[in-house]
Design a protein around this ligand. Structure first.
Ligand code: KG4
Ligand code: ZN
Length: 352
């Protein structure tokens, strides 16, 4: 591929890593369109993501979502001309990733545009640098940066000393934090996705904690996370309650579980800050939508005299393609393009 130099390339990006079909148009870090077709309502009755249904729905929706993103972007930029296509290569659900990759290849070859493959976790991190269509806010990266990803599929801490290179400091040994919240909501017979439901219930109970879960023993001293023990402990606690106590204490139970989940995030992040002395903290992944977690992270940043960034808008926090476009714009500047379209394959366990 011939070297391309462009400060703010216009990129059409696609993310189909889980249960959102998303297509975005970005110009450098500016988001011109970020279309998300959520499948949550379809998966609700299964209490989680049903892979073959996710694949089929991505296939049904992808063309419409591409069209909608282009139409939205053209409202801001009538003479829109794309410079590249980007797609999430992984991690994620294999058969879901496949749909986005296939579409990206078709668009890339039809319009003779270079293709950029992006790691979904890098997208969640770069979501902190996404700007509105006016180019605001103008956030600059300071190195080294500590990156915290807390989502339904991942929970981990990374150190980045230069754009695009990450050192994994610790990740979950079993369940991700969002996955644990989703499972706790299931134990409470609440619904899917569990994180926001637990948050709403816990909010009402904040001044009245009734139950306390002990922090997991696994991963005690290093920067690894662990959530499966907490889930088992929670299950036993719920099973020990009478039907009446269970139904009268849903809020307190939700609060206890959420508190234990976030205590671990804050403890590990604080430990990483003390050890690696980063200049800033970038936070991403669906669970970052939680107001209590954001409040606790802001407090941590104040205590540690650290700059902290969250993505600007809610739809940049949970899965979306704009974050993939922003990450791709940095790859574009490094001429980091897919060399051979036909050899690009999904990487369900793609590591950063
Ligand atoms: O980043 P994301 O959209 O998908 C993955 O890459 O996994 O994250 C989805 C996760 C789910 O587990 C969901 O329950 C959680 O994010 N989540 C929340 C909130 N909103 C979404 N967890 C806690 N509080 C929230 N408000
Ligand atoms: Zn995600």
């Amino acid at each position: 591929m011939q070297a391309l130099f462009m400060k703010s390339p216009i990129i059409l990006s696609i993310d189909t890593s889980c249960d959102e079909t998303s297509v975005a148009i970005t110009q450098g870090r500016k988001v011109l369109a970020n279309t998300i077709s959520s499948q949550v309502a379809l998966h609700k009755k299964y209490g989680g993501v049903y892979p073959s249904l996710a694949k089929r729905t991505h296939e049904q929706k992808i063309d419409l979502v591409v069209e909608k993103a282009l139409t939205d972007a053209k409202k801001l930029k009538p003479n829109l001309k794309l410079n590249a296509v980007a797609v999430t290569q992984g991690p994620g659900l294999a058969i879901a990733l496949e749909v986005g990759i296939k579409k990206a290849k078709v668009l890339s070859s039809a319009y003779k545009l270079p293709l950029i493959a992006v790691n979904h976790l890098e997208g969640h991190i770069y979501a902190c640098l996404a700007q509105n269509s006016q180019g605001q806010p103008q956030r600059e990266m300071l190195f080294p940066s500590l990156c915290l990803v807390v989502s339904g599929g991942h929970t981990g801490l990374y150190l980045t000393a230069t754009l695009g290179q990450y050192q994994l400091l610790g990740e979950t040994l079993d369940d991700a934090c969002g996955e644990a919240l989703d499972k706790a909501a299931k134990i409470l017979k609440l619904g899917y996705p569990g994180g926001p439901i637990i948050e709403r219930l816990a909010e009402k109970q904040e001044l009245n904690p009734k139950f306390k879960l002990t922090p997991p023993l696994k991963a005690k001293t290093n920067l690894s996370f662990s959530y499966s023990g907490l889930k088992t402990q929670f299950l036993y606690l719920v099973q020990s309650l009478s039907d009446k106590d269970f139904s009268q204490n849903l809020g307190s139970l939700a609060l206890a579980f959420q508190t234990a989940c976030f205590e671990q995030v804050i403890r590990k992040t604080t430990q990483a800050v003390r050890t690696y002395q980063p200049k800033m903290l970038l936070c991403g992944g669906g669970v970052i939508r939680n107001k209590t977690l954001r409040k606790n992270l802001r407090q941590l940043a104040r205590d540690q005299n650290l700059k902290i960034f969250f993505p600007l808008k809610k739809n940049l926090i949970t899965d979306n393609a704009a974050m993939i476009g922003v990450a791709a714009s940095f790859k574009f500047q490094r001429n980091d393009f897919v060399k051979n379209l036909s050899s690009l394959d999904r990487l369900p366990r793609f590591e950063l």
